[in-house]
Design a protein around this ligand. Structure first.
Ligand SMILES: C[S@@+](CC[C@H](N)C(=O)[O-])C[C@H]1O[C@@H](n2cnc3c(N)ncnc32)[C@H](O)[C@@H]1O
Length: 392
């Protein structure tokens, strides 16, 4: 007999699903010797590929059966993040020693906002809403298949009643609750967890003055950078291939024009845009958030021009590369990867990679071996990174 959560036909409105399975098996029935679990997300209008995570465990019949089952449950009963709204199938399959399927339990559930919340989101009106060709597809297909971004404060009462144990006693730090200065979530592609991380960096490096942002988009995150630069007597230089800032936003930039400057440029242009070259060379902090396909190239091209002590923050980290590829590539231009444990810790949901420029390439590689790969023998770690061979 299996009891489990999620229950068939339910709707999960939060981002996290607590899998909770209890098994009570009677010895008079065939004993399962293999237990498999699968969480399958079906295709959605935005994410055309279905996504499945699964694993199987063998039951060791030579051991005490009850404790074997509890060991399985410990692995099963965990919290998983549902990053995408859509239909999910949660399946538990029990097989016997001949690999014959004994039992299969499937619960089909939906993750995403309720129809009432979707309605509210469709009707919403916020003076600072930024819909562009770039983000329209993601934000207007509210019927489903969208990212969990719609877990919005506008539906706060829904989260409070559906998740009484968590409710809104503590505010989530992930993107869904984003919107500095009360802007609509379409106007900012940076969450509160990410903001916590940039404030951490700014306080930790008081000498940062000049900041470069690659990927201005709606120009709201830029206010954080621009005000920080202005307060320190420096400047923000922000670059985008298109100006997506709505008039009200441009008006506020104009009031800060002494320390907030916007430039139209293609981050992939070769040779590199002249202004971007100059601004990068003077930057104490580079924020990489333009074209998601070329973020490593952006970091390398601008980062190579930057000085000792400067910092690079990459958003949507690690994105299309592995963390090791980032660590290795940036270490080889003198930047050491840092603060991994803070950025990926459970107190803050953020997706930033933070690098600090050292005096030399050898220093950056050694620093990485002392922090990220601290469990490795120094010499082996240094030569593995320098040669590009993986360090786990
Ligand atoms: C993820 S958004 C930036 C989000 C913004 N930093 C924020 O926090 O809201 C990516 C931006 O990169 C810009 N972009 C895409 N390709 C680019 C390119 N080749 N050169 C410059 N900007 C580009 C897009 O126009 C878009 O505004």
């Amino acid at each position: 007999m299996i009891m489990h959560h999620p229950i068939n036909g339910t709707r999960i409105v939060g981002t996290f699903l607590d899998i909770n399975v209890s098994l009570s098996l009677h010895r008079e029935y065939a004993m399962p010797t293999r237990i498999c679990v699968e969480l399958l997300r079906l295709k959605t209008p935005v994410y055309e590929e279905p996504e499945s995570t699964w694993y199987c465990d063998e039951v060791d019949l030579t051991k005490d059966y009850e404790s074997e089952i509890s060991r399985h449950l410990e692995r099963l009963n965990k919290r998983v993040e549902l990053k995408v709204s859509g239909e999910y199938h949660f399946t538990i399959s029990l097989y016997d020693v001949e690999d014959t399927l004994l039992e299969k339990y499937v619960s089909i559930f939906h993750s995403g906002p309720s129809p009432k919340c979707l309605d509210k989101l469709k009707q919403r009106s916020n003076p600072i809403t930024t819909l562009t060709e770039y983000n329209r597809n993601e934000y207007t297909s509210l019927a489903g298949g969208t990212t969990q971004l719609f877990m919005s404060p506008l539906c706060a009462e829904e989260y409070a009643s559906f998740m009484p144990s968590e409710g809104l006693h503590t505010l989530p730090t992930h993107s869904a609750f984003r919107g500095s200065f009360g802007v609509d979530f379409t106007s900012m592609e940076f969450g509160h967890g990410d903001l916590m991380m940039i404030n951490f960096v700014l306080v930790r490096y008081p000498t940062i003055k000049h900041i470069v942002e690659l990927g201005t988009f709606a120009g709201i995150t830029s206010f954080h950078w621009g005000i920080a630069a202005g307060l320190r007597g420096g400047e923000l230089h922000s670059f985008d291939i298109v100006d997506n800032r709505i008039e009200a936003v441009k008006g506020l930039w104009a009031l800060n024009q002494k320390h907030m400057k916007f430039f139209l440029a293609d981050v992939n242009a070769n040779p590199m845009d002249k202004q971007m070259q100059q601004s990068s060379a003077a930057a104490d902090l580079l924020f990489v958030d333009a074209d998601s396909r070329t973020r490593m190239e952006q970091a390398v091209r601008s980062g190579s021009l930057m000085s000792e002590g400067s910092v690079i923050i990459v958003h949507d980290f690690p994105g299309r590369y592995s963390v090791f590829e980032w660590v290795k590539t940036l270490a080889n231009i003198g930047f050491a990867y840092n603060y991994h444990d803070i950025a990926t810790g459970s107190n803050v949901v953020s997706s930033v990679g933070i690098f600090e420029r050292k005096a030399s390439v050898l220093d950056s590689i050694s620093a990485v071996c002392l922090t990220t790969f601290r469990h490795h023998a120094q010499n082996e770690c240094v030569s593995a990174i320098a040669s590009g061979n993986a360090v786990q």
